[in-house]
Design a protein around this ligand. Structure first.
Ligand code: C2E
Ligand code: CA
Ligand code: CA
Length: 503
């Protein structure tokens, strides 16, 4: 319809212009009738005008056609993805709105299913294959999708690494079967990635229902289901369930509360003692606590990752460092370990924050140790190296947390400036239960000795674990066997001999 309109308008313009010439020619004919002497001259003029009119008509028509073609082209470009030639998100949402109008009307026999199809970890694929080959993968994936779908379905490329699919008249069972088929077909090897990358896809599916206020809501629900499929490891599909929405809403509400808790200074630090083989207190680990008014204690395992998703990791990290620096002033001779998240190290602002807080609190960096996880070492190597060297340069030492659970690569230990490793509590808790735990701990101790690193075991809960660790040669311990994390004043009491560790 729109295209028709575009074609008619320029044709009309051509006709009007030629029509004006024709009227002028008619006028000349009338003049020629009245003045016979002027006839030869007027014949030449009229013939010339006729020919000119024809040429003008042709030119105008040509111009009009090319104008219509370029407008149609612009329209196409605005609504399609250049690489795959599939509709883009804007066009998809248009079709979704149309479909939403049909839902609930008598002629819509069955519902519409909406799929969001994401290629898993596609940024990594681009890094490994380069842009050219990964583009070929996307084109191939689009064509595979095309071969699975029916003509009445709409497939679109809605993000760099994601497609969306709208199917009419699909029951829940059929949607599940279709999702399973797409996961399987899009997960088959790609010629462009052969030998370099395995490419899989995850799918989130939802349905357009009359209850949904906005069709875009269906898009969001399918996106939530996609996130769910990815959380479960990818290469699978998930069908939207209202609990997914609830989980997201809870998380968002918690983010709002965390922001307020930070503003209102409602987060506190607890300190867990670290002891040597004689049971003497030699250090503490600073652990953050959030006592939520309604929810009670929220675990740092919940709110620390949450802070990273909502841009709060910097203020949260700053709070932990400032509090630990301040509290530690009363504890001469104790090494205080502070956890630093990967986001803090990556942010690039860690060094400035440390310098600023050292100056503000007048603390000595040699009394502090920053705990990082192996994930930090996996990130951008040059920048991580630079940051960790600068941390060391300021006088802090560095401990590698949760050692043994991640990549535990010997090469990391050699390449990065690490002073201590913390044997993860899972190995300690399996001591005496699984024979390999002793062997792993022994191997870590040997490795640390060769690299001249200190070692501490965390999560020590029983006398038997203490004895076995000492037997193996691990003399620094931390865990409930000695003490739970306690308030700063309790550490001062321990140091002053006003109280004793449980062990
Ligand atoms: P983590 O650094 O591995 O901390 C050790 C966790 O083990 C702490 O949990 C501690 O309370 C717990 N724990 C200590 N002894 C025992 C034991 O004998 N048995 C068992 N089962 N658990 C023990 P918490 O305080 O809940 O902290 C959890 C995680 O949250 C920490 O793991 C750390 O990764 C993170 N976290 C805590 N505070 C901070 C912080 O200030 N900044 C950052 N970035 N992360 C923090
Ligand atoms: Ca830690
Ligand atoms: Ca740990």
């Amino acid at each position: 319809m729109a295209e028709e309109k575009q074609r008619i308008a320029p044709d009309l313009l051509a006709l009007v212009s030629v029509g004006s010439i024709a009227s002028f020619v008619t006028l000349l004919c009338v003049v020629a009738g009245s003045y016979p002497g002027a006839r030869p001259l007027l014949t030449v003029v009229i013939t010339g005008l006729g020919a000119g009119g024809l040429i003008l008509f042709r030119q105008l028509r040509k111009g009009a056609n090319s104008l219509a073609a370029s407008e149609a082209r612009a329209q196409y470009v605005a609504t399609h993805d250049e690489l795959t030639q599939l509709p883009n998100k804007a066009l998809f949402v248009d079709r979704l709105r149309l479909a939403a109008k049909a839902v609930g009307t008598p002629e819509s026999v069955a519902s519409f299913a909406l799929f969001q199809i994401g290629l898993d970890r596609f940024e990594e694929t681009v890094e490994v294959l380069g842009i050219g080959a990964s583009d070929q993968v996307l084109v191939e994936a689009a064509s595979r999708l095309g071969s699975i779908c029916r003509d009445t379905d709409t497939i679109a490329r809605v993000r760099d690494d994601a497609f969306a699919l709208l199917c009419r008249g699909v029951t829940r069972d059929a949607a599940e079967a279709m999702a399973a088929e797409i996961v399987q077909r899009l997960g088959a090897p790609y010629a462009a990635a052969a030998g370099h990358a395995v490419i899989t896809c995850s799918i989130g599916a939802g349905f357009l229902t009359p209850e949904l206020d906005q069709p875009i809501e269906a898009f969001r629900e399918a996106q939530l289901a996609l996130s769910d499929a990815r959380k479960l490891g990818g290469a699978r599909y998930s069908i939207f369930d209202p609990s997914m929405d609830q989980a997201l809403k809870n998380r968002k509400a918690l983010e709002v509360d965390l922001r307020r808790a930070l503003e209102e200074d409602a987060l506190t630090m607890k300190y867990q003692p670290q002891v040597n083989a004689k049971g003497v207190l030699v250090g503490v680990e600073a652990l953050m606590r959030w006592n939520h008014e309604q929810r009670g204690v929220v675990a740092p395992n919940v709110f620390v990752p949450l802070s990273e998703n909502c841009g709060l990791s910097e203020p949260l990290g700053r709070l932990a460092i400032r509090q630990a620096f301040t509290d530690a002033k009363q504890w001469a001779g104790l090494k205080v370990a502070i956890n630093v998240s990967a986001a803090q190290v990556r942010s690039g602002g860690l060094i400035a924050t440390l310098e600023e807080l050292l100056a503000e609190t007048g603390s000595n960096p040699r009394n502090f140790e920053l705990e990082i996880t192996e994930g930090v070492l996996l990130a951008d190597e040059a920048q991580t190296h630079e940051t960790l060297n600068a941390v060391r340069g300021l006088g802090f030492s560095i401990a590698l947390d949760d050692f043994g659970t991640g990549y535990s690569s010997l090469s990391y230990l050699r390449r990065f400036p690490v002073d201590k490793i913390k044997i993860d509590q899972s190995f300690v808790s399996h001591l005496g239960k699984r024979p390999e735990s002793s062997a792993i701990i022994k191997a870590i101790l040997d490795l640390a000795e060769a690299l001249e690193l200190k070692v501490i075991a965390e999560g020590v809960e029983t006398r038997a674990q203490v004895d076995r660790l000492i037997e193996l040669g691990c003399t620094l311990h931390q865990g409930y066997f000695y003490s739970q994390p306690v308030a700063a004043v309790d550490i001062a009491d321990l140091l002053a001999g006003r109280s004793k560790l449980a062990a």
